[in-house]
Design a binder for this molecule. Structure first.
Ligand code: APR
Length: 266
């Protein structure tokens, strides 16, 4: 990666008063979680209907394809750890520079990396949402994964509703991830963050899914400078001030290192 771009990005970030990061599946690629639209990605091999919206198909019995989709998610999520890109974003928060991470990812990795203000506009794979009262709750990651493994291994079409935890109100629950055509979560908060930042990082996203993909555009319209990091191309060409064609797990730690030097906190 060009040293000049690195230094330019670090200079912008070091003087940011309200830095916000907007992240997509690419940020978790180096944690072993496949992206959706890269060649061989999830949507090359599965359809969103295989698993049903928020895993609703678990209530009436998973199809063969649904079970394969779930097994792939469980395998990659089960092994995934925050990578240097996630850790760099947590470091920027610890340095008092990064205010929040608005993520399209449902893998919980930004939270596990240590970021404390994470707006998960597409939900969180480890959280259940009640279909009756809307209440939400999380299971511990290992409990969640072993429960879903039991579900994925059940015979095709078996009624699994007995395995899925009920809400305190007694209601049936679903996995709290946002399906296509469903309202995104915490969007008002995400929009407010974007419209009040002075620097926006657009990280590892193809920027094709709305309304999430409006986030960097809200920031630009509010006068923020936009830095995009993505190894395969610039997906926000009309608003980006600085584009870095590199993996986030490579670029972000290098940028944070220069920011530390600039801030004299190396
Ligand atoms: N570092 C940074 N970017 C990367 C890396 C990496 N190591 N590896 C891949 N990428 C880039 C890809 O080039 C691609 O542009 O990450 C992007 C991932 O794009 P998508 O797979 O479309 O994922 P995303 O943009 O997050 O999709 C948005 O679509 O299916 C829905 O709900 C799903 O949240 C998801 C939404």
């Amino acid at each position: 990666m060009e040293g000049k771009l690195l230094k330019e990005a670090a200079a912008i970030i070091a003087e940011a008063k309200n830095l916000v990061a907007f992240s997509g599946a690419g940020v978790s690629a180096e944690s072993g979680i496949p992206t959706f639209r890269d060649p061989g990605g999830i949507w090359d091999r599965f359809s969103p209907d295989d698993f049903g919206t928020g895993g609703l198909s678990m209530l009436t019995g998973l199809s063969q394809r649904g079970s394969e989709f779930l097994k792939e998610m469980l395998t990659s999520f089960g092994k995934a750890e925050p990578n240097p890109g996630h850790i760099a974003l947590a470091e920027l928060e610890r340095m008092g520079i990064l205010r929040s991470v608005i993520t399209q990812n449902v893998d919980n990795l930004s939270i596990e990396a240590g970021n404390t203000r994470v707006i998960e506009v597409h939900g969180n794979f480890y959280r259940f949402r009640c279909l009756v009262c809307g209440g939400k709750f999380k299971l511990a990651k290992e409990d969640f994964l072993s429960l879903l493994e039991r579900i994925a291994d059940a015979p095709e079409g078996e009624d699994l509703s007995g395995l899925i935890p009920r809400c305190r109100c007694g209601g049936v629950t679903r996995i709290d991830v946002v399906g296509f055509g469903e309202p995104v979560e915490d969007f008002a908060q995400a929009e407010a963050e974007a419209r009040s930042c002075d620097v926006m990082l657009a990280l590892g996203t193809s920027g094709v899914v709305t309304p999430a993909a409006f986030i960097p555009r809200f920031a630009k319209r509010a006068g923020a400078r936009v830095i995009e990091i993505n190894p395969t191309g610039c997906y926000f060409p009309e608003i980006v001030d600085l584009y870095i064609g590199e993996k986030t797990g490579v670029a972000l730690p290098m940028i944070v290192e220069v920011v530390r030097r600039i801030r004299g906190t190396a």
